[in-house]
Design a protein around this ligand. Sequence first.
Ligand SMILES: *[C@@H]1O[C@H](CO)[C@@H](O)[C@H](O)[C@H]1NC(C)=O
Ligand SMILES: *[C@@H]1O[C@H](CO)[C@@H](O)[C@H](O)[C@H]1NC(C)=O
Ligand SMILES: *[C@@H]1O[C@H](CO)[C@@H](O)[C@H](O)[C@H]1NC(C)=O
Ligand SMILES: *[C@@H]1O[C@H](CO)[C@@H](O)[C@H](O)[C@H]1NC(C)=O
Ligand SMILES: CC(=O)N[C@H]1CO[C@H](CO)[C@@H](O)[C@@H]1O
Length: 347
Amino acid sequence: MYPALLALFPLLLAALAHNEPKSPEEKAVERTLRNAAYHCTAAVGDFTAARRRAFSRQALGGAGQPGLPSYDQMFTQEALQGIDAPEGDYLSCSPIQDSYIENNTCVLTPEVTEGPYYHTSGHPIRQNIAELQDGLLLLLDIGVIDVETCKPVPNILVDIWQANATGHYAGHPDPAPHLVNEQPQVGGKRSGLLTAFPRTNSHETFLRGAWPTDRNGVAQFTTVFPGYYTGRATHIHTKVFPEWTIDPTNNTFTGGRLVHVGQFFFEDDINMSIDKMHPYTDNPIRHTRGRTRNWRDSLNIFEDSHLNGYNPVFDAHLLGGVISQGLIAYITMGVNMSASHENWWTI
Ligand SMILES: *[C@@H]1O[C@H](CO)[C@@H](O)[C@H](O)[C@H]1NC(C)=O
Ligand SMILES: *[C@@H]1O[C@H](CO)[C@@H](O)[C@H](O)[C@H]1NC(C)=O
Ligand SMILES: *[C@@H]1O[C@H](CO)[C@@H](O)[C@H](O)[C@H]1NC(C)=O
Ligand SMILES: *[C@@H]1O[C@H](CO)[C@@H](O)[C@H](O)[C@H]1NC(C)=O
Ligand SMILES: CC(=O)N[C@H]1CO[C@H](CO)[C@@H](O)[C@@H]1O
């Protein structure tokens, strides 16, 4: 990529999502991204499949008896040993001729806005981010792959934050006093959105947390399925840091270089049955605006997250026989380890 374009990277990606590249520079950027994508496609499909095999072995136990492991068992060092195969077995990168990719691949994951609810300090280092939030059990299995080498990236910090079952972020319970009667925007890119709720409960940390990837490039989390709020499709935010420092007094971290800012989504039809479950039924906008479907997401975030054929939608599976027993959701991000983004909200 051309250094001069780098500063414009997020904007440029957003622009590319909507228009065919026109200038030679835009075409060059797109070509770089595509080459990286095709190079890694086979590797990532196998990487996800191996994680699923390892997880079901873990969940089903040696004798093939159904039954969920306890939280402690789930996250033992051995949990993913099944995928500790020699690199060549499942991470050989082969050229893919196909010109259209829709699967969860190692395409350079598009940068999309972090939105107004990130806390630049105070996210705890932990795998279980649910605290006392009620909701459907959701396990996340997030892989990180270096888009330039197609290899999983161990020991890189995956930071996530999300709304609770009724659509609130920790720290931001209410609208600003003068905006309590604000109505969502009608039409335009911000359609459906309200002004962001200010941070008034600075001590709250629920549904926020970060964990480094293990030696297989995977970070696993326990959480609850996110609820919805006006204007936005159901999503989970992420930032990825190769460098960070931990505050030992309260186990929170401060991020160093930031290589990725993005969002993950869910298939709309999974949500439709969750919408009918408690406590999702208590969502204050359930009977007025309801949940925003992916295709109507404000600010084109869902659409922008698909740049170059990347699929930002979790590959979600039931943990048990019925949805109320919870879900496990897989995704792999292709990050550029040489990137360096601003760690604050710019767009
Ligand atoms: C990754 O970032 C480096 C440095 O910013 C850049 O030169 C390179 O083109 C990027 N790679 C991709 C696949 O975008
Ligand atoms: C990847 O996506 C394409 C296009 O939707 C589909 O035909 C193909 O079966 C998918 N491959 C895998 C491994 O899921
Ligand atoms: C943790 O400690 C740091 C540094 O003292 C402080 O900035 C931060 O607000 C604390 N976070 C929490 C959640 O207590
Ligand atoms: C979500 O957070 C809000 C604000 O803190 C709170 O009022 C609400 O009860 C929470 N929802 C659930 C299901 O706990
Ligand atoms: C995975 C799942 O539970 N999907 C359901 C989502 O909701 C729709 C409509 O209620 C059902 O048809 C799907 O089976």
